[in-house]
Write a protein that binds this ligand. Sequence first.
Ligand SMILES: Nc1ncnc2c1ncn2[C@@H]1O[C@H](COP(=O)(O)OP(=O)(O)O)[C@@H](O)[C@H]1O
Ligand SMILES: [Mg+2]
Length: 287
Amino acid sequence: MSAEQHPVLEVENLAVEYRRGRRRTRAVENVSFDIADGETLGLVGESGSGKSTIGKAILGLAPVTEGIIRYRGTDVSSLTRAQRRALTRDVQVIFQDPHSSLDPTKPIGYSIAEPVQIHEPAPKAVVRERVYEMLCRVGLSEDAAQRFPAQFSGGQKQRIAIARALILAPKLVVCDEPVSALDLSIQAEVINLMAELQRETGASYLFISHDLSIVHYLSDRIVVLKGGHVVERGSAEEIYRDPQQDYTRLLLDAAPVPDPVVQARRTAAREKAGLSARTDAIASSIR
Ligand SMILES: Nc1ncnc2c1ncn2[C@@H]1O[C@H](COP(=O)(O)OP(=O)(O)O)[C@@H](O)[C@H]1O
Ligand SMILES: [Mg+2]
C-alpha cells in the first residue's frame, strides 16, 4: 500500500505510563482507533480519563509505553529525520488555552507566520500575504497582525491559534478542549469556524472534550474514555442519541452542578429528553 492509502492516523493498543521517580501512573491502557482523511474522531471522557495523554502521545509529547502510533502507515517511533520533519508540519495542535501557542511578547502576525518560517520559508512579502489570508479565513482583519495577544478576547485568541495551526494545511489537527474555556455563544462560533475550515482543507481532526454535547457536533465517530480505557465507541449519532453506558450519558452535560438535588433533577430530565438544556442553547446557534 502507498502511504496515501493508509488512514492518516492509527493508534493500536496504546498504553502510556508516566514515571516520576519510583512512582508510575498508567494513564492510558489498550486504546485503539484510527482516523481517516477528512474525518473527525471525537475523544470524550471525564477529567483525568487520559484524553490529553493520548493527544500528547500522538504529538510525541508523552511516552508510548506499549502499542503503536502510525502516521500514514509508518510507526512514528521509527521515523527518519525527513519523515519526522514532515510529521511536525502535517500534524498540528490547538489547545484549550491559546496562551500556550501565542507568545505574549510578539505581535500575533509573528506567531501565525512562525510555522511557515520553519517549514516553508519564503520572502517576507509572501509570508505576510499568507498570514493576511489566514487571518481573513478565521474572521479577523489584516491589521490584527500588528497587535499583541493581550489585545484580543478569548474567542479571538482561539481564532488566532486556529490560524496558526492551519496555515500549513495540516493533514491532522489534535484539538484538545479547544472551546472549553469560551463562553457558550463563542463556543458555537469557533466550532462553526473549525467545521468550515475542515470542509475547505480536508484536514482530519482529533477533537477532545469532556463534553459530549460539544463533541458530537463535529465528530463522525466517537470514542469514550474512562480511567484510561475505552468504554464505548460508535458513530457520533449512536453515541449521542443512544449511549449504552450511564457514564457516557453523564458526559452529555459535563458542567458540574454543586447541588446534588439540582444535579439529580437535571440528570432525570436529561434522561427523559435525551439531551440537555445546555445542548439546546448550543444547538440553536450551531449551523
Ligand atoms: N506528566 C504527568 N505525569 C504524571 N501523571 C500525569 C501526567 N499528565 C497526566 N497525568 C495523569 O494521567 C491521567 C490522565 O490525565 P490526562 O490525560 O491529562 O486526562 P484528561 O485530559 O482526560 O483530563 C491523570 O490521572 C493525570 O493525573
Ligand atoms: Mg485534558
